[in-house]
Ligand binder design. Sequence first.
Ligand code: DGY
Length: 321
Amino acid sequence: MGRLFVTRRLPIDVRAETAPELDVAVFGEDRAPTRAELIDGARGSQAILTLVSDPVDGALLDALPSVRHVAQVAVGYDNVDVAACRARGVLVTHTPDVLTDATADLTWALLLAVARRVREGEALLRSGRFGGWSPTMLLGVELAGRTLGLYGFGRIGRAVARRARGFGMRIVYCSRSRAPAALEAALEAEAVSFDALLSRSDVISLHAPLSEATRGRFGAAELAAMRPGAILVNTSRGPLVDEAALAAALARGHLFGAGLDVFEREPEVHPALLERDDVVLLPHLGSATEAARQRMARTALTDAVRVLLGEAPRHPIPELS
Ligand code: DGY
């Protein structure tokens, strides 16, 4: 039937969930394989199940000429050189939808943690320095009546907006394409220009894929154009934000705080951000619920098996569908 190489241990038993005639190999260690390990492990495979931490480029594909399908276990696939895949007739699939709620929940966890200074409160208590309730201790930002600005208004941006309704926030969004009028009406979401997003939002949350158009989109000038005392949350991709510029904007007191789940040079974090109390940092946990990660694995695996059986995949990336 064919051979499938999985680049990391997944939260499902891949072998048990596939037909015995499919030869499945899984990279045995709980870290990303090196390039040499990936080539070694995937040699002779028709499909590889990849993660955001696996760069897939022309050189890799040339070293693995049997590979006809890259099944990415993530919705984002900026680690995959799509042009190189297209040039070699290699199919790319991904896992949209199945992690939307998990990522929207984590966005709100970060937003609330920053606005209500949860990290600082926890640290204070654990340090033994909490001397009792104080009317002026660790005062945060109230969200009701404030404006949430969404940069990107796809599945995850919209799910974040639905949750914002429960917090009584006004919603504005800036996106490549306008959402259907019925959806805008249901969420009371207003489409605005990028400049208006910066100047009107009390919280800006990023939900756009990484591309040449979005890389570095939140640099020094854009951060300076945000409202004084605003909050920035990023659960999309790190390189959308210039981390040095963000640290500088925080240091001069222009922003209230930031919540980051993704990093410009992941897994590295800018040292100036690590030192700050007004920043909440998480290790790329957006989709990290057991259910979401299992659905992601199954979605990618199902498409890999379908393609090996000569069927059309259910989730080709938009550029190749
Ligand atoms: C994705 O699906 O793109 C996430 O970043 C992986 O958790």
